[in-house]
Design a protein around this ligand. Structure first.
Ligand SMILES: [Zn+2]
Length: 353
């Protein structure tokens, strides 16, 4: 009898432990779903690019879309946006998402939104390669996705873009599409300069009408990476003007639009880097584009250079330094300064909240 009771007790304990475990999992799942809803639908929420683009088209300025992949970059960007009262787009490529890991990325962006409630912040997928990646981002709370079908022919690009548009719109998310090819290297995308094709304005009109995309990335001479031009930098403003004439209400996006800031390249090289001949789109051209109907300008290379320049400086000047905070603090500050410069001096999105 005594033995049986013991067994019963053990059984009861086992059941209890099992129950607690199940309850814990349920509670955990429940609260994370609730948090996500609060994040997307509550007070502290990411916005889509819709309103900021409407304002940009009306008031002739561009919004910076800055690539993120770690905490310091995110903080540098949103601090600069807040200080300059500018709307901002945080964007992550699929390889950046892989690097940061989606849950970390979402939580860091969530923290940024909570900290700067007055700043309109959109979270955008840069160069979504396929439907699955776009869907994954929509499902995780991104407010904007790009589907890059520029490597496909016109009809296939339309078909695949439309698929993403249908899914994203059903979930309140906006879609950027791309027509025309940019030269250069960005993560997995590598296009030879000779293959680069300017966007055809008539095709752009048909493309936007048939896909229902919310914004369009065009090719007018920019290219990805740190080596954009061999000779003189040249952008086809005539093509931009024609596109704006045919689709005046579609926000236009410029990729491959880092300035490759000479001072930062110089600083990197001064402290041991080997980045000779790097050349981007001059600030004046980007400023002109901002006033001529471009609503979103992507910046990745310049932020990479900003971080690297400061980290190299610390390592070169203080070989004994090994506390990551010692070099990541000035790196974060340089990201902030670089973003502030873009917002104030190039894009003109300051005081546009
Ligand atoms: Zn791009």
């Amino acid at each position: 009898m005594i033995k049986n009771i013991k067994i019963n007790t053990i059984k009861i304990n086992t059941i209890k432990i099992t129950n607690i475990k199940i309850n814990n999992i349920r509670i955990k799942n429940h609260s994370s779903i609730k948090n996500k809803r609060k994040f997307r639908g509550g007070k502290n929420m990411l916005v889509t690019t819709k309103e900021m683009f409407e304002k940009s088209m009306k008031e002739h300025f561009a919004i910076g879309a800055f690539n993120v992949n770690n905490m310091e970059i995110i903080q540098g960007i949103v601090d600069a946006a807040a200080e300059n009262k500018s709307p901002v787009i945080l964007q992550a490529s699929s390889s950046a998402i892989k690097y940061a890991r989606i849950n970390y990325l979402m939580k860091m962006v969530e923290a940024a939104v909570e900290e700067h409630q007055e700043v309109p912040i959109a979270l955008h997928l840069d160069h979504g390669p396929d439907f699955e990646t776009c869907k994954m981002c929509v499902d995780n709370g991104f407010t904007s996705v790009m589907f890059d079908g520029s490597k496909y022919d016109f009809e296939e690009n339309i078909r695949l873009t439309k698929e993403v548009v249908d899914y994203a719109h059903a979930h309140g998310v906006v879609v950027e599409a791309e027509l025309g090819k940019l030269a250069g290297i960005e993560d997995d995308v590598n296009v030879e300069a000779s293959d680069a094709m300017y966007t055809d304005p008539e095709q752009a009109k048909e493309f936007v009408e048939r896909t229902g995309c919310d914004s369009l990335a065009i090719a007018i001479g920019t290219s990805h990476g740190a080596y954009k031009f061999k000779g003189e930098a040249k952008l086809r403003f005539d093509i931009l003007a024609k596109i704006k004439e045919l689709i005046p209400n579609t926000p236009i996006v410029l990729h491959g639009a880092s300035t490759v800031i000479p001072e930062l390249v110089e600083m990197c090289n001064k402290y041991g880097a080997d980045i000779p001949g790097a050349k981007g789109v001059p600030d004046e051209m980007l400023h002109e584009a901002s006033k001529s109907g471009v609503s979103k300008i992507n910046v990745d290379t310049d932020l990479r250079l900003a971080m690297t320049a400061q980290i190299r400086k610390v390592f070169a000047e203080e070989p004994s330094a090994f506390d990551p905070r010692k070099y990541l603090t000035p790196a974060r500050e340089e990201v902030k300064n670089t973003v502030s410069h873009k917002i104030r001096d190039v894009f003109g999105s300051n005081n546009k909240i």
